[in-house]
Design a protein around this ligand. Sequence first.
Ligand code: NAD
Length: 321
Amino acid sequence: MTELKMLVTGGCGFIGSNFIRYMLKKYPDYQIVNLDKLTYAENFANLRDIENKPNYFFVKGDICDPASVNEVMTKVDQVVHFAAESHVDRSIEDGSVFVRTNVLGTNTLLQSALANKIKKFIHVSTDEVYGSAMEGSFTEMDNLNPSSPYSSSKASSDLLAKSYHTTYGLPVCITRCTNNFGPYQYPEKLIPFFISRLMEGKKVPVYGTGLNIRDWIYVEDHCSAVDFILHNGKSGEIYNIDGGNELTNLEITHRLLKMLGKDESSIEYVEDRKGHDFRYSLDGGKLEKMGWKPQYDFDTALEQTDSWYVENKWWWEPLKR
Ligand code: NAD
């Protein structure tokens, strides 16, 4: 087996930590360097089970800092870039840090990747860059039409990543995935937020009518898609990663209420999010034709996720303080 050296940015976050765990299990010979600033979303405990592995290295650093980035970039062949400010509601309060990390940080990484002749650069992005889909599903050819400062900063970083391929030939692939759920997701995001509030005996706040639609994917399926694209993706290409599970926020809420033995009275309808996209929907046909599709059944994965939060209160409770 080849010994591959990979930089993962944002590896202490929700998806990054699941990705590192997934890759080290599947490819025990890979060497992974995790560059993470440990922002508010940090949770060192996310990787506690692997922190002593000899082929895993953690570096605390900012992707906006060229010196920190260059130092790690000289040691690797491939980059999987997850690091980002990721919470839409926070971006509505103040978009500045989103522009700094998601746009400037991505550019810093791309510059360094080019200088260090990186062989593959996966830029991890989101379905939110396409904006709301009133009907049909977006393909990779559709225009970008982001609504929030978060999705606008991600769309900007997608364009930068693409430009480094077009202009300099940097071997970049861009992935756009739907809403993830699973273990180690910061408890400000819908599913862990609702589970934790219901466990605390509190009501769950549902925006507007609750009829907004999201497509959901279990985090391990997202990790396997990124792995697939690392090995099979073509430079300069964009790949949608869809979960095939479009549900209204109310449908998700009802499932969670049932799992936690609660009823309608635990729902509190609150004022809608500003600029709230009605529906996200991706056409995942391109990846499917190449041979990848999600493996997890939604309801089973949601039940597993619920059990994980019920059993791992020690992990999320301190993050809510
Ligand atoms: P997260 O907020 O849980 O993790 C982000 C990580 O990036 C954190 O560990 C944080 O410390 C780190 N980070 C932030 N700023 C940094 C900086 N300046 N330098 C170095 N590290 C920094 O986010 P997540 O949900 O794991 O999302 C990861 C990526 O996947 C993001 O790019 C996001 O846009 C994308 N994505 C997320 C979802 C989802 O549903 N969560 C869906 C599609 C795409």
